[in-house]
Structure formats: structure tokens, C-alpha cells
Write a protein that binds this ligand. Structure first.
Ligand code: ARG
Length: 460
């Protein structure tokens, strides 16, 4: 491609370190689409002839076909997808192929291809996250009144409803989607026509190519166009945060399926057995979702480090932008799908959850609140009363709701049967009706609101 200037060919090791065709062939569809838009614009602007333009478009269509059929002759010595396509075009249509690269450089070409690819990846990831939300919302509705212990420090804290717990993830994933949508909005400008770095002397129409490729507008500065990859970094950041969210739910599934918890049973489809211990049902998919988060965080880190300190404009370092993005995309696709399947198919052990919900004196706050309300006690003092009741129950070896009223009155003589009633788990969760709270009626309303907000046609 640069034979005019060079006498000798590259060393074998140079070819290996330089070539990106092994991975950037994944950009083929975007590369051809970008070339078609560029070619049509060159013809319209009379920069190349209509006949050459037709030959180029025919040739590009054949190349797309060859690649999709799997009989395109990829060649490492041609370095990357751009030169592989262009060289094949020359084989197919002859000299006219050489006109396609007028007013263009591989620098703006790869920036355009990659934006198109990341844009599709964003759309795919966002749709997959929406599907996960849909499953979480369905399960939340089913379990709007299922009680479980809520935890802080992984210590039983206050009873909550399982539906409420699942809806927490719907919110997290909703923000993940929001970050992707934001990134897409900033990404959606077209670098094509920035050429190598300075723009071009040809009378190109960058607005036309931008529109042809469904970008909102052309990028404003040619140097910036070919030298930044912040759109990929934003995508990877959003993916990494989302992966962290998935890892937390994965961890909860691991904990909940353990014999010590037994809150949840994963389906046979999402568990494995042990070759030596016949009783085991291992939550491998959840563990792998948890672990794969490390890859996505690594992908973000590797591109951040590759970009750090690069002078404007293009440097070959930037060729290293693709593999992290591909890996993060593939990893997230798998992780989100596995999580969606696990949540959809899991069975919920409502009785075990209910038993656990009352264990550990989780309604102690409720009796303190009752003292505040019924006896007009300052909360700090009420907290003290509740603490003494817990100690009493501990001494008796029973739950708070199994203390007799007489026993309770040794701590605070003004306690009544009413006070005992608030100690039941069901009345505890039913009382938490504040906006965003865990009461079943609130959860049902939140399910409806979540469907509207996240799953309606207009959700984007
Ligand atoms: N394969 C290259 C990349 O991915 C394409 C751009 C090459 N540009 C250059 N000036 N060598 O970054």
C-alpha cells in the first residue's frame, strides 16, 4: 500500500505486531458500509466518476458476500480490515478501486467503523439489560408480599419483601441503560472526512456521509476526530459498572442457594453437579457472572492506560482499542443472558425466607417505633427499650414475637397487646409504606411504575 516509498518488506515480527486483521475483521460490515457512504458522496460531489462509483459499490457488495459466506481470502500481510477490503476490491474491479480512498485516510476510516460498531454494541447491550429488567419485574410482582430478612453488613437487619429486593436491581440496571444511552448520544457524530488529521482539499460533503451512516452530524474538529476514543471508554465504563451490578446479584444468588440460606433454588438448567459429592448443586453460572466482571473492568483499564498520554492526533497505540471492546461486549452478552435465565427459572423458597425474616430479632425497630408513636418516647430511649426486649428474648431463647406481655412489661410497663402486634414480620413490612419503601402495596405500585418507566415502547 505504501510501496512507492519502501524498498524492503517488513520483518516477520513487524508484520505480526502490526497486524490487526486477526481481530478487526469483526469491523467488516461497518467498514463496507462506511466505504459505500463515502463512495456515494464522492460521486455526488463529482470527485469520482459515476461509472467508477458503480464498479466500487458492486465490488463492495461482492466482498460483503464473500466475507459472509466465509470464503474471503483474509491476508495478514495486508495488516487490517481496511487494506484487506481495498486490496480485494482492486482484484475484483481493477484500477477504479484505487479511487475509493480519495479524500479519506485509514485514520478517519477506522474511527468511523469503530463508532458504528460500538453504537451497535450499545444498542445490543441496552436491549439485553431491558430483557433482564423485564424478568426481574415479573418475579418482583410475583413476590410483592414474600418476606425475607433485609441485611446490612450481611446481618439480618429488618424484614423486607423479596419483590422489593429484586426491584432494587431493576433501578441499578435502569441507570446502566441510562449510561449507555448517554454514551450513544455523544458518540453519534461522524469522523469520516477528517482524513488523516487535517481535513482534505477535496470538496467533500461531510454532512451527507454523516446522514447516510445515521450519525447526527459530522464531528467538528478533524484532529479530535481521529485521535480520541472516549466513546469506547464511555461504553466500557458503562459496561464495567453494569458488570459490577451483575456481580452483586450473582453473589446474592450464590449466598441464597447455599444450604445455610436455601432462599432460592436455581433450575437444573443453571446448576451443575459434583463428580464426587452427589448432594451438590453448584451455582456455576452465578459464580462465572461474578468472576467475568474482572474481565470487563480489565478491558476498561487497558484502554484507559493505552490512551493515557498519547499526543494528538492518531498513534498506532490506538489499534489496541478494539480487543477490549470486543471482549467486554461478548462477556456482557453472555453474563446478562445467563443472569436473565437464572432469575427467570429460579424457584423461591418462601417458607425458608419467612422463617429467616423473623429470626435475629429483625422487628426490634418496629417496637421502638411503636414506643415513639404510642408513648411519645424520644427515639433514643425507645431504642433502649427495644434493646432490653431483645436481650430478654435472647435469655428466654425465643423470638421477640414469642415474649409474653407480662415479660415485656418488666422492661416497659406501658407496653400493650398492640405493641406485641407490631412484632410480627408481616405487619412490619406492611407498615413500611413510605415512598420507595418495602410494603407489599408499595411494591405493587413500584412494579407498575417500573414497567412504565423501563419497558414501555417509549422507554428510550
Ligand atoms: N488498523 C489501524 C487501527 O486500527 C487502522 C488505522 C491505521 N492508520 C495508520 N495511520 N497506520 O488503528
Amino acid at each position: 500500500m505504501w510501496g512507492g516509498r519502501f524498498a524492503g518488506g517488513p520483518a516477520a515480527i513487524m508484520q505480526r505486531i502490526n497486524a490487526s486483521i486477526g481481530f478487526d475483521r469483526r469491523l467488516y460490515a461497518q467498514d463496507i458500509r462506511g466505504s459505500e457512504a463515502h463512495c456515494r458522496m464522492l460521486v455526488r460531489q463529482k470527485i469520482i466518476g459515476a461509472e467508477d462509483g458503480r464498479a466500487i459499490l458492486d465490488g463492495l457488495a461482492r466482498i460483503r458476500d464473500e466475507i459472509e459466506r466465509g470464503d474471503f481470502p483474509f491476508r495478514e500481510e495486508l495488516e487490517d480490515i481496511h487494506m484487506n477490503v481495498e486490496a480485494r476490491l482492486a482484484e475484483l474491479i481493477g484500477d477504479a478501486a484505487g479511487r475509493l480512498h480519495t479524500a479519506r485516510s485509514r485514520n478517519d476510516q477506522v474511527a468511523t467503523d469503530f463508532r458504528l460498531w460500538v453504537r451497535d454494541a450499545i444498542d445490543g447491550m441496552e436491549a439485553a439489560l431491558a430483557a433482564l429488567q423485564a424478568v426481574l419485574i415479573d418475579r418482583a410482582e410475583e413476590h410483592a408480599a414474600t418476606v425475607m430478612p433485609g441485611f446490612t453488613h450481611l446481618q439480618a437487619a429488618q424484614p423486607v419483601t423479596f419483590g422489593h429486593h429484586l426491584l432494587a436491581y431493576v433501578e441499578m440496571i435502569g441507570r446502566d441503560r441510562g449510561r449507555l444511552v448517554d454514551a450513544r448520544r455523544r458518540l453519534n457524530e461522524c469522523p469520516l472526512g477528517a482524513a488523516a488529521l487535517a481535513g482534505t482539499s477535496f470538496a467533500i460533503d461531510r454532512f451527507a456521509t454523516a446522514a447516510d451512516l445515521a450519525f447526527d452530524r459530522p464531528t467538528a474538529n478533524s484532529l479530535d476526530s481521529v485521535s480520541d476514543r472516549d466513546f469506547a471508554l464511555e461504553f466500557l465504563s458503562a459496561a464495567a459498572i453494569s458488570a459490577v451490578h451483575l456481580s452483586r446479584l450473582a453473589e446474592e444468588l450464590v449466598v441464597w442457594t447455599s444450604a445455610q440460606f436455601r432462599f432460592v433454588r436455581l433450575s437444573d438448567g443453571f446448576t451443575t453437579g459434583s463428580s464426587i459429592m452427589p448432594q451438590k448443586r453448584n451455582p456455576d453460572a452465578a459464580e462465572l457472572v461474578r468472576a467475568k466482571t474482572g474481565r470487563v473492568i480489565g478491558d476498561l483499564t487497558s484502554l484507559l492506560v493505552a490512551m493515557k498520554g498519547l499526543p494528538l492526533a492518531y498513534s498506532k497505540d490506538m489499534q489496541e482499542d478494539k480487543e477490549p471492546v470486543f471482549e467486554a461486549t461478548d462477556t456482557m452478552e453472555l453474563a446478562i443472558a445467563a443472569m436473565t435465565g437464572m432469575v427467570r427459572d429460579m424457584s423461591v423458597e418462601t417458607e425458608t425466607m419467612a422463617r429467616a425474616a423473623g429470626a435475629g430479632f429483625t422487628t426490634a425497630t418496629d417496637i421502638a417505633d411503636w414506643c415513639v408513636r404510642a408513648l411519645d418516647m424520644p427515639f433514643r430511649q425507645a431504642h433502649h427499650v427495644a434493646g432490653r426486649l431483645v436481650r430478654l428474648a435472647e435469655d428466654r431463647g425465643c423470638g421477640l414475637d414469642h415474649l409474653s406481655l407480662a415479660d415485656m412489661r418488666t422492661v416497659e410497663p406501658r407496653l400493650t397487646e398492640d405493641a406485641r402486634a407490631v412484632l410480627a414480620v408481616a405487619s412490619s413490612v406492611a407498615s413500611r409504606t413510605s415512598f420507595g419503601g418495602t410494603a407489599p402495596e408499595r411494591v405493587r405500585a413500584a412494579v407498575a411504575a417500573a414497567r412504565d418507566r423501563w419497558l414501555a415502547e417509549t422507554a428510550r
